[in-house]
Design a protein around this ligand. Structure first.
Ligand code: FEO
Length: 394
């Protein structure tokens, strides 16, 4: 990513990681990602906000070389995760006078994760300000977007919020600013679903905090920059709200077709009842898609055969994943097929305890579904319809 000017004396100097396809060894990145870093010049001091993942450090160094006789006084670390902090040690080698500005928690993490020496830090408190000379930062603690130490940095004169992961999107693009809103919305929702969703209540508090600021630009650390802050802030408000959509998400696995017959029947019947249905084949699907659809689906139904007395291992994985990302799902269903026994439905229920929705009576199928199972499926569909109507979403 080349150097680009955002405003006078405010530059984007980060890196695109076009071909990265996996994050944290679990999260698919269909569109790659970027690690945004920002260079800000005041009349007296210069600051770099965040760095880049070490895999792309040369892009950052090449960009910094564009600035003749550059001297960095401060490296502001909004978040200790290595995709933003991992190049801090090398920046400190290149600019030995530079101090790392961050909060106490982030400092401790950077010392643990990157072995940054304690005397390199200047600790800041929530809402504290720092002047570069004509450019003044205000540090706003925004915990749990994504780690407990994460903060945002507000540039008062230019009304720019450098929000780090908050409001970001895994999207490698040559466009500095949001242009294709639909694409950015999808990528930002995916990102929210994968790492922010478990912390909905904290995000509410963080949004209340940043809404006290006058923001013209939201500059996250992944994906393009927002010149229309309300676009992304309103999207977040919708995702963290308690409201759900008239949708049923059905993550499923089928080995010999019995579970698939049940899923197909449910899909058709729910569509007939004007409910949006998202069947998700766990064996081939991108779990980011599972996460996105879990953000606001009113109902999630996990469907699986029984394998060695419990759910198919891939259904168990999806169960644990959904439990970890804690969607606001209102109703949870389980469809378990079996041949001679097992505890599949109980296992799934006991591993979804982070979901606060109501568990519907599980549907159990012995062998290939029979005509007698159809009435059970119909009753299950009727129950979902009744529940969605009760929420006034259908
Ligand atoms: Fe983009 Fe939590 O790091």
């Amino acid at each position: 990513m080349a150097v680009r000017k955002i405003k006078d004396d405010v530059f984007s100097v980060g890196a695109n990681h076009w071909d990265r396809r996996l994050f944290d060894e679990i999260i698919p990145l269909p569109d790659g990602t970027s690690y945004n870093a920002y260079l800000i010049f005041g009349s007296k001091k210069t600051a770099l906000i965040d760095t880049v993942d070490p895999a792309t450090e040369n892009q950052l160094f090449t960009n910094l070389k564009e600035f003749k006789d550059l001297k960095i006084d401060y490296v502001i670390s909004n978040h200790a995760e290595q995709d933003h902090s991992g190049t801090i040690p090398k920046i400190l080698e290149l600019f030995p006078e530079a101090k790392v500005i961050t909060n106490k928690k982030c400092k401790e993490l950077l010392m643990d994760l990157l072995h940054v020496a304690e005397d390199k830090f200047i600790e800041v408190q929530d809402n504290e300000t720092l002047s570069l000379g004509g450019k003044t930062f205000q540090f706003i603690f925004t915990p749990w977007v994504h780690w407990p130490e994460t903060m945002s940095t507000y540039l008062i004169e230019d009304k720019i919020l450098f929000s780090c992961d908050f409001f970001g999107s895994h999207l490698a693009t040559s466009e500095l600013f949001v242009n294709d809103k639909a694409r950015v919305y999808e990528a930002a929702k995916r990102y929210y679903a994968e790492i922010m969703m478990p912390f909905r209540s904290f995000i509410k508090g963080n949004i209340q905090k940043i809404e006290k600021l006058e923001i013209e630009i939201v500059a996250p650390s992944h994906g393009p920059i927002h010149k229309e802050p309300s676009f992304i802030i309103d999207a977040y408000k919708d995702w963290i709200s308690d409201s759900v959509k008239n949708a049923v998400l059905i993550p499923y696995v089928s080995m010999h077709g019995s579970t698939k017959i049940a899923v197909n029947y449910l899909v058709d019947k729910l569509i007939e009842k004007n409910i949006n249905v998202i069947p998700f084949n766990i064996t081939t699907g991108d779990i980011g898609e599972l996460a996105i659809n879990a953000v606001d689906a009113a109902t999630i139904i996990i469907a699986t055969p029984t394998v060695l007395v419990g759910p198919h291992p891939l259904a168990a994985f999806a169960t644990i994943f959904l439990n970890a990302i804690k969607p606001k799902t209102k109703f949870v269903g389980i469809i378990a097929s079996y041949a001679w026994g097992g505890v599949t439905a109980d296992w799934i229920k006991s591993h979804l305890q982070n979901l606060k929705g109501e568990f519907l009576e599980p549907v159990l199928i012995k062998g290939l579904p029979k005509d007698t199972d159809i009435s059970t499926f119909d009753a299950f569909v009727d129950k979902v319809v009744e529940k969605h109507r009760a929420l006034a979403i259908l």
